[in-house]
Design a protein around this ligand. Structure first.
Ligand code: HAM
Length: 437
């Protein structure tokens, strides 16, 4: 029989068996962001479509092909709900910058550091590591004082340390610079000039990008395009001396703090807002969708969304894809399942009454516990106790009630840290408790 309702394509349920692992990743992320003085920001999951068009760029794939726009809906004639002109957020940077401007945070702080954890939406063709609803951990440093290249390095260090804290080791960091706005324009002119004589040999995909967004040719996956890009021998001569100086600081500071990187002049990123440093962190075990995360600087973004007075505000950030982190970890969710301290097994009606009281007293003391509600046989209750992952179990039957003596049966090869408290709770309810292996 087929199900009447099913999961939308490109989305996934995070089931209770997996959620402890997600919680572990999220709580580590929060701890480490705090270590770097980043504070959490939560923005809506939908925003004005125009915000994304303006910040990510009309020619970017994310806006052009993947934006999930909401349709207008009219519930009743006098209560219209206007959703036209809104879209589900495909990423977090644009929303953070929108909120930064709207709340005048630049008037309050020279440098503000934000982090976010949450779902993003892109109408992509789903495949391994590519979903329509996926989750990012992101961080953004924004402000009139956020132009220092050391902040680029801090951003990269945070991304790397997050990945390490999750247990990942085999990832690679690639960095590049696009220079300032003028350099970027200069670079695109040089690129067009150099590619001109190869235009007929470029793939159809790259031909279509030659005029509209020439940088995208640099990350074409087509072998023939890659050959041409090798031939045109790109170098950093498009950089102004100031941009070169900033890039040199980034590279030497990365070395100073022991972060290994490769330089890749073809790393241009698919979103329009970048300038100066860009970077990507990949893990080859992931196959074709191998980016664990990426980011870079976006110094003109606050200005372009917030007007003249904000033209000099700097910004730099990254985001990591949680689903891809989990794929790379090949983590076994079982290992992350938090263990219940104790499972109560009442064998008859009278025992239920007593066990239920014990259960509630244990919880009041902060001891995690569960009780069997199924009136099962002792054997089945012990099976259920084992399946629950509990560290210990206590049986309540006729004999236990009569003698007021119970046994804390040890179910796992693991210490029950709350054992003295469990014994005390039982004593308070007039039960003597001994431990049994
Ligand atoms: P992005 O490169 O588009 O950058 O996405 C960052 C990461 O999100 C990717 O490296 C990947 O791990 C994950 N990701 C993206 N799309 C999908 C998808 N369809 N399915 C699963 N995972 C995905 C940004 O989003 C920028 N906002 C990063 C940034 C922040 N730049 C500056 N600040």
């Amino acid at each position: 029989m087929t199900n009447k309702y099913s999961l939308p394509r490109g989305t996934a349920d995070i089931l209770p068996i997996e959620s402890p692992l997600w919680q572990e990743i999220e709580s580590k992320a929060r701890q480490i962001c705090h270590l770097y003085n980043f504070k959490e920001i939560r923005t809506p999951i939908f925003e004005e479509t125009a915000l994304f068009k303006r910040s990510l760029g009309q020619t970017s794939d994310v806006v052009n092909k993947q934006l999930l726009e909401l349709a207008s809906q009219r519930i009743t004639a006098d209560d219209p709900i206007e959703l036209a002109g809104l879209a589900l957020r495909p990423e977090g940077t644009a929303s953070v910058v929108r909120s930064y401007i709207e709340n005048n945070i630049d008037r309050q702080e020279m440098i503000s550091k934000f982090y976010y954890i949450g779902p993003m939406f892109r109408g992509e063709r789903p495949q391994k590591g590519r979903l329509r609803q996926f989750h990012q951990i992101g961080a953004e440093t924004i402000g009139p004082g956020a132009t220092q290249p050391y902040l680029d390095v801090e951003t990269i260090a945070l991304a790397i340390n997050l990945l390490k804290s999750f247990g990942l080791k085999d990832f690679k960091l690639k960095i590049n610079t696009l220079g300032n706005l003028e350099d970027k324009e200069n670079f695109s002119k040089i690129l067009r000039e150099k590619l001109k004589s190869y235009l007929i040999d470029l793939s159809e995909y790259s031909k279509s990008r030659y005029e509209r967004n020439v940088f995208r040719i640099l990350d074409s996956k087509e072998e023939s395009d890659k050959e041409i890009i090798k031939k045109i021998k790109l170098d950093y001569s498009f950089l102004s001396s100031e941009s070169q100086r900033k890039y040199d600081i980034v590279k030497s500071a990365l070395k100073d703090i022991g972060i290994k990187f490769e330089e890749d002049i073809c790393l241009v990123r698919g979103l329009d807002y970048y300038n100066y440093t860009v970077f990507e962190i990949t893990d080859d075990s992931l196959g074709s969708q191998n980016a664990l995360g990426a980011g870079g600087r976006y110094n003109n973004l606050v200005g372009s969304l917030g007007g003249e007075s904000r033209i000099d505000i700097g910004g730099v950030g990254f985001s990591l894809g949680i689903e891809r982190i989990l794929l790379a970890l090949q983590a076994n969710s079982e290992n992350y399942r938090p263990k219940l301290d104790v499972y109560l097994a009442p064998l008859d009606d009278k025992s239920y009454k007593e066990a239920f009281q014990v259960l509630n007293s244990l919880r009041k003391k902060g001891i995690s516990c569960e009780m069997n509600y199924l009136q099962q046989s002792l054997k089945n209750q012990m099976r259920a106790a084992d399946k629950s992952g509990a560290l210990g179990a206590i049986i309540f039957g006729e004999e236990e009630l009569k003698t007021r003596q119970v046994v804390l049966k040890i179910m796992r090869n693991e210490e029950i840290k709350s054992e003295p408290e469990i014994i005390q709770v039982l004593a308070d309810l007039n039960f003597q408790c001994r431990k049994d292996k």
